[in-house]
Design a protein around this ligand. Structure first.
Ligand SMILES: CC(=O)SCCNC(=O)CCNC(=O)[C@H](O)C(C)(C)COP(=O)(O)OP(=O)(O)OC[C@H]1O[C@@H](n2cnc3c(N)ncnc32)[C@H](O)[C@@H]1OP(=O)(O)O
Ligand SMILES: CC(C)C(=O)C(=O)O
Length: 517
């Protein structure tokens, strides 16, 4: 009989754990809204105890999202569980996700506990969480390297104390398809009251098998898969949501399961995440890479022209890949623009539409045609800059092949205009030095700078992504303009604003944050 697979998305928790993938509050909210449009069943919005910023984003997402369960991670201790519950309690459907390690190596070195202590802790903390919250997921961290009979005991303890989901994580991406399938069958056969709980898997991609192992678990009776958009996550990442969803849909004949996922929202979700973390999809990335639906060789082109399904097992439309590439230009009106952003999947307020329409008109004056990629880049870069304290007011650069670069920089900050001048090895270095003179920003280093053109042609928009390291964290800044020096400045300023935001979340700094001459 066909059953339904629940999609538990952990882009905002495990996904954010991968280096360089940290997101600020407005980005997390945007991702959560897209996950709701994608119709995932559960959004793991963060790890509430881990920082005030994480607590705030989990609780904002819990209050705003109505059509998905919202979860927070918690270790097996009362403080974590209290924080998780406080953060999710206003959700339409809240969930506490608590975990403990069950493998010998983890029990000895991570938990520093005996198996008996782990068992007792599981029972006590699941019971504590279940008293607070109607839905509790319990994860046995490193389950795939744990003793199977011990896992049975731990899951018995979790279910008898109120867990509604038991999760089998392949924490270090160690298992294989057949082994995972056997483990799920074993648990189904041996755990008491297993039908009272959903059976979940959470696979990591260290050996490139996260999606395959998750699908093997589904074949063996798992009812929930944990995954992230584009497979981002700790180390080599997690199972990629888009690959799982399209595998289950394309091979429905084989898996015989359905899900709630609206696959036409996949492309947009993927683009949003790549743009926030400042990474481009590898060309050959399954499902969402630029070549995933491209046919270059003659025999394939001939086949596809005769009958698409000769070489395509999914249609581009099924993942929401926009069909219409170019039409809008300087003579286009507001209706056509609104129609286009709606078809791209955005639901914007009247004020946002007005703002983007104005930006679109400015861009259309500079470029002959404005593509869907340009419009999406405009919207996502505006999102990146939305809550910035420092804004670019004006810049003038002088550059030549015979002298150092010079930049005169004007920034607007809280209604004040700040101005300074700096030299540098070139115009961009000079501009960055001028910003550093104006802004009292915590120590940071520029770790990466990348530029790409968003669409074709000499008049294309240039997008710059910078990565700034501050302490142990790496923040991403994005900037977009048809002038690449301007996009470089906007990207750096966006990154600097994020570095400041991080500092402000950890200490009180007073009102004035810029350097006074
Ligand atoms: C597989 C996973 O993805 S698990 C999630 C991993 N994610 C993260 O760690 C990101 C967020 N983490 C953090 O911000 C911090 O690690 C915090 C706030 C959670 C904890 O910070 P700290 O109190 O400084 O502890 P630290 O991280 O150094 O060490 C972890 C502590 O948690 C304990 N611990 C680890 N897992 C668990 C667990 N499942 N249940 C209970 N305790 C646990 C460890 O034994 C250690 O305890 P100790 O401080 O008594 O030695
Ligand atoms: C907390 C658990 C589910 C986890 O992230 C892992 O084991 O990888």
């Amino acid at each position: 009989m066909e059953h339904t697979i629940r999609f538990f998305d952990t882009t905002l928790r495990d996904g954010e754990q991968s280096p360089g993938c940290s997101m600020d509050l407005s980005e997390k909210l945007e991702v959560a809204r897209q996950l709701e449009r994608l119709k995932v069943d559960v959004i793991e919005a963060g790890f509430a105890i881990s920082s005030p910023g994480d607590f705030e984003s989990v609780s904002r997402i819990a209050r705003e999202i109505k059509d998905c369960t919202v979860a927070s991670l918690a270790r097996t201790n009362e403080k974590d569980i209290d924080a998780a519950y406080d953060a999710v309690k206003h959700a339409a459907s809240p969930l506490i996700h608590t975990f403990i390690s069950t493998s010998p190596v983890h029990m000895q070195y991570v938990m520093k506990m005996t198996p008996e202590q782990v068992l007792e802790k599981t029972a006590a903390m699941v019971k504590y969480a279940a008293k607070k919250c109607p839905a509790v997921e319990f994860s046995a961290q490193d389950a795939t390297r744990s003793d199977w009979d011990f896992l049975v005991k731990v899951f018995n303890a979790a279910i008898s104390n109120g867990a509604t989901v038991i999760n089998v994580p392949d924490t270090v991406g160690y298992t294989t398809q057949e082994e995972m399938a056997q483990l799920i069958r074993y648990l189904r056969a041996h755990v008491n009251d297993i039908d009272k709980a959903a059976i979940s898997v959470h696979c990591h991609n260290d050996l490139g098998m996260a999606v395959a192992n998750s699908l093997a678990a589904v074949g063996a009776g798992a009812t929930q898969v944990e995954c992230t958009i584009n497979g981002i996550g700790e180390r080599a990442g997690n199972a990629a949501l888009e690959e799982l969803a399209m595998a289950l849909r394309t091979r429905k004949d084989y898996f015989k399961v359905s899900s709630r996922i609206d696959t036409t929202q996949i492309y947009r979700a993927s683009k949003l995440i790549y743009s926030i973390i400042g990474v481009q999809a590898p060309l050959n990335k399954a499902v969402v890479g630029a070549s995933a639906f491209a046919h270059e060789s003659g025999i394939h082109q001939h086949g596809v022209l005769s009958e698409r399904t000769t070489y395509e097992i999914m249609s581009p439309e099924s993942i929401g890949l926009p069909k219409n590439k170019l039409v809008l230009g300087k003579h286009s009106g507001r209706h056509a623009f609104v129609d286009r952003i709606t078809s791209l999947g955005y639901t914007l307020t009247e004020a946002e539409i007005n703002k983007y329409f104005e930006e679109f008109k400015k861009l259309a004056d500079k470029k002959k045609t404005v593509s869907d990629d340009d419009i999406e880049a405009l919207i996502t870069s505006e999102l990146a800059a939305r809550e910035s304290f420092y804004k670019l007011s004006r810049f003038d650069v002088f550059t030549s092949n015979a002298s150092r670069g010079t930049c005169v920089m004007s920034l607007e900050a809280g209604g004040e205009i700040l101005e300074d001048v700096a030299l540098g090895d070139g115009p961009i270095d000079a501009a960055y030095n001028a910003i550093d003179k104006l802004v009292d920003v915590p120590a940071h280093t520029l770790e990466d700078y990348a530029i790409r053109s968003v669409s074709d042609g000499k008049d294309a928009l240039g997008e710059v992504i910078v990565k700034l390291r501050t302490g142990n964290a790496v923040v991403t800044g994005r900037g977009l303009s048809t002038n690449i020096i301007e996009s470089s400045i906007l990207a750096y300023l966006n990154g600097v604003n994020k570095v400041l935001e991080r500092r402000d979340k950890t200490c009180e700094t007073g009102d004035v944050r810029h350097n006074t001459p």
